[in-house]
Design a protein around this ligand. Structure first.
Ligand SMILES: [Mg+2]
Length: 230
């Protein structure tokens, strides 16, 4: 007898390889916008961008800034580090990024093998904090969409993970029981804390083996481990 009926997968960095896809997109845009005029090379640009983007994402999650402050601000602020003060260019770059990035199709290793294995036995759903217009494109283009019954996107629900309201909405919409539901995600703050606080079993996908100070229900380094667990 399988314990779970519903599996709730995070999307970015858990099955859709955000880091790889983001880097490919940004390097294409780096060339398109001739940013070599301002930055020594792409890696220089990318290492400025990464902490700026992470910081603005955190502020957005905490509700401190608006969506455009994140989506445009991350590029505007990166441009500013080299004295390139052009809000219009940053806005165009940001629009290109959100259009092109979701069309990239890299997935985390073993994603399809594991989803093929799980599909006959479970109802699978997506729980994601991304933007509405990007997350559906990612799922379609990458071929992930057919594996999932319901797609829960924070922007549509009105709550971000780890908010209780997000998980409550997802569970109720699936007519799922809490004890028959499992959350799988890479973010300790959004996925794991959220699942814990709402009383759901959870699997922390931790490919880099970062140190965890609070206990987690289960932890995996590779998605393949789900095949022995489920
Ligand atoms: Mg994630």
């Amino acid at each position: 007898m399988r314990k779970y009926k519903h599996l709730f997968f995070d999307l970015d960095h858990t099955i859709w390889d955000f880091s790889t896809n983001e880097k490919i997109t940004l390097s294409e845009l780096f060339d398109k916008y001739n940013l070599e005029k301002y930055f020594a090379n792409f890696d220089d640009f990318f290492s400025s961008y990464k902490p700026i983007n992470a910081d603005l994402w955190l502020k957005y999650r905490l509700g401190e800034i608006k969506k455009t402050d994140l989506s445009i601000g991350r590029f505007y602020n990166t441009f500013l580090t080299v004295g390139f003060d052009d809000h219009q260019a940053a806005t165009q770059f940001a629009n290109d990024f959100v259009t092109i990035n979701p069309t990239k199709t890299s997935v985390i290793p073993h994603t399809f093998e594991v989803l093929d294995y799980l599909k006959p036995h479970y109802q699978m759903h997506i729980i994601t904090n991304g933007f509405v217009e990007t997350q559906h494109v990612k799922l379609e283009k990458s071929g992930l969409r057919p594996y999932f019954s319901k797609i829960f996107i924070s922007e549509e629900i009105g709550y971000q993970k780890p908010k209780r309201g997000f998980f409550e909405y997802a569970i109720k919409s699936c007519n799922a029981r809490k004890r028959e539901s499992l959350v799988i995600g890479d973010s300790l703050e959004a996925d794991i804390e959220g699942a814990k606080n709402f009383g759901l079993d959870h699997v922390f996908f931790n490919p880099d083996g970062i140190a965890v100070d609070a206990p987690v229900f289960a932890e995996i380094r590779s998605l393949l481990e789900l095949k022995t667990m489920l």
